[in-house]
Write a protein that binds this ligand. Structure first.
Ligand code: NAI
Length: 292
């Protein structure tokens, strides 16, 4: 496997921007690609802000931060990923959209490049089947936010080679992450366990058992979780949670994975969580709020 120097990240949303930041901070040349100019513009700001925060907390030196910002490039042009040794896909959680992208990536990326997906739940084997290089396709599932969270879950598709697995594991470790491995079943390890809990929190709210605040405080103080499940769902994105529940339901074939109607309704209403300013909770500033 050739040395990894350049990493391209597809999708400049909350995950993609964090992964590109991580790559640049660890000395790789990093491209961040999106189809939406506004997403790239938001990503530029959020990466600068995140890097500055790490510097102010003493977790990153000024020199590394300057170097990292200089290694990051943002583009709408898919052709730019032809220089990448590894492409990490972090676009919307839709098998159809991801497969279409993998077909394109396969045409543009170097023949030696690894094509990794940050999917939360979708079959790596099926994404790999859209390419002519299934041996080089792998799941590289970062947690949110990627610069902070310590875990990367690596998922081998049916045809992923040992070489691809070893190179991806080494890359995650170079990012300072601990790796766990999962077989390619819906939701892998983390979301197979986490998402039914979040879905159950929605059912608890939907059936009027408790208020959203009591559900979250109950799980925070009762089980020592840093965030309550509804708060966490808003942080992840309710659209992402719903997509994962649908994959679990279809892939594992049990009604216990059916998405809660309240989760479906919130997504239908555009209440997608923090990224939209409203989800289970309202994050929008009060119109007449007096600034301190
Ligand atoms: P997001 O909605 O914040 O960002 C998705 C980005 O992909 C958007 O900027 C969109 O413009 C872009 N995009 C859509 N189609 C594209 C295409 N064809 N080419 C290039 N860019 C495209 O989503 P988020 O939360 O960053 O999730 C991305 C992926 O990461 C999903 O597969 C999700 O399941 C996974 N993930 C999400 C986590 C979370 O906590 N939100 C945690 C771990 C994984």
């Amino acid at each position: 496997m050739a040395e990894i120097k350049t990493i391209a990240v597809m999708g400049g949303g909350q995950m993609g921007s964090g992964i590109a930041q991580l790559a640049a901070v660890h000395g790789f040349d990093a491209w961040l690609l999106d189809t939406d100019y506004n997403a790239l513009s938001r990503a530029t700001k959020s990466i600068s802000y995140s890097i500055q925060r790490l510097v102010s907390k003493g977790q990153l030196s000024q020199a590394v931060s300057k170097d990292a910002l200089g290694r990051l490039r943002y583009t709408l042009n898919l052709e730019e990923l032809s220089s990448a040794d590894v492409v990490i896909e972090a676009i919307v959680e839709s098998e159809e959209v991801k497969k279409k992208l993998f077909l394109e990536l396969d045409k543009i990326a170097k023949s030696s490049a690894i094509l990794a997906s940050n999917t939360s739940s979708i079959s790596i084997t099926r994404l790999a089947s859209a390419t002519s290089r299934p041996k080089q396709v792998i799941g590289m599932h970062f947690m949110n936010p990627p610069p902070i969270m310590k875990l990367v879950e690596i998922v081998r598709g049916a045809d992923t080679s040992d070489e691809t697995f070893n190179a991806t594991k080494a890359l995650a470790e170079r990012f300072g992450k601990t790796v766990i491995c999962s077989r390619d079943y819906a939701g892998f390890v983390v979301n197979r366990i986490l998402m039914p809990m979040i879905n159950e929190a929605f059912f608890t709210l939907y059936t009027g058992v408790a208020t959203k605040e009591d559900i979250d405080v109950g799980m925070k103080l009762g089980t020592n979780h840093p965030m309550g499940p509804l708060e966490l769902a808003d942080f992840i994105g309710l659209d992402v949670c719903l997509s994962i529940m649908k994959v679990l339901h279809a892939g594992l074939g049990d009604n216990k994975y059916a998405p809660c109607p309240l989760l479906v309704q919130y997504v239908d209403a555009g209440r997608l969580g923090r990224k939209r300013g409203i989800g289970v909770y309202d994050y929008q500033p009060m119109p007449n709020a007096v600034k301190p």
